[in-house]
Write a protein that binds this ligand. Structure first.
Ligand code: AP5
Ligand code: ZN
Length: 217
């Protein structure tokens, strides 16, 4: 299955993607995680992305589209994938269509996670992320690690992402409404959008998403 996951910052895309990718046996591809891995390794790509990410702005398309294309060409993504955080504007959505068209394949669904803004702010404020792998995320109230400050999955140190400050979150939400929301209409015109509420327990949202994909994808 080929799925794109959309939703505002803090909607729970990364959290859900981890469960959905396992359930569907497809790789979870997060452009945010790819950028953070490059940043922690100090690669030139990471250096380029850093200033934009820390300001809550989008990393330029020239950098992002190339990185996503390379990742989608890896062997594990041939049969399917769950894209999280890409595409993030209309230009990226059109580029993805071209990448897929060249390979003679198409998306099966665009899963849209709906969450009210006040909930998003609460989720981001309490989020703690693993330094060794930013796909490992926790929450001080909703998803507590067994040992405070330590990642359950790999023992890495938990920290608060630099772009999770209140000011930057506000900026990321603005960018989401302006740049990313229009892609929902774009995919709606292709009949691909499946919208679910992302409120409730993590496991309830996963169940809701699996059911919606079964019925609509
Ligand atoms: P990215 O990493 O993609 O960030 P984002 O889209 O802002 O999403 P988040 O990671 O903040 O949230 P999430 O929806 O994954 O929520 P999570 O599951 O962690 O991008 C970061 C930056 O990278 C961008 O600003 C940009 O600069 C750059 N970038 C990335 N892709 C790009 C692209 N394509 N083009 C250009 N630039 C790009 O959940 C949040 C918290 O809530 C966690 O603590 C979690 O434990 C908790 N939680 C989750 N579900 C629930 C629940 N049901 N109940 C209670 N708590 C919950
Ligand atoms: Zn970890």
């Amino acid at each position: 299955m080929r799925i794109v996951l959309v939703g505002p910052p803090g909607a729970g895309k990364g959290t859900q993607a981890a469960y959905l990718a396992t359930n569907l046996s497809i790789p979870h591809i997060s452009t945010g995680d790819l950028f953070r891995a490059n940043m922690s390794q100090g690669t030139p790509l990471g250096e380029q992305a850093k200033q934009y990410m820390n300001a809550g702005e989008l990393v330029p398309d020239e950098v992002t589209i190339g990185m996503a294309k390379d990742r989608l060409e890896e062997a594990d993504a041939v049969e399917g994938f769950l894209l999280d955080g890409f595409p993030r504007n209309l230009n990226q959505a059109k580029a993805l269509d071209e990448i897929l068209l060249e390979r003679g394949i198409a998306l099966d669904a665009v899963l849209d996670l709906e969450v009210p803004e006040d909930e998003v702010v609460k989720r981001i404020a309490g989020r703690r992320t693993c330094r060794s792998n930013s796909a490992h995320t926790f929450h001080v109230e909703y998803k507590k690690p067994k040992v405070e400050g330590v990642c359950d999955e790999c023992g890495g140190e938990l920290y608060q992402r630099e772009d999770d400050s209140e000011e930057t979150v506000r900026r990321r939400l603005e960018v989401y409404h302006r740049e990313t929301e229009p892609i929902i209409d774009y995919y709606q015109a292709q009949g691909l959008v499946v919208t679910i509420s992302a409120l409730g327990k993590v496991s309830e949202v996963t169940q809701r998403a699996m059911e919606a994909l079964r019925q609509n994808a």
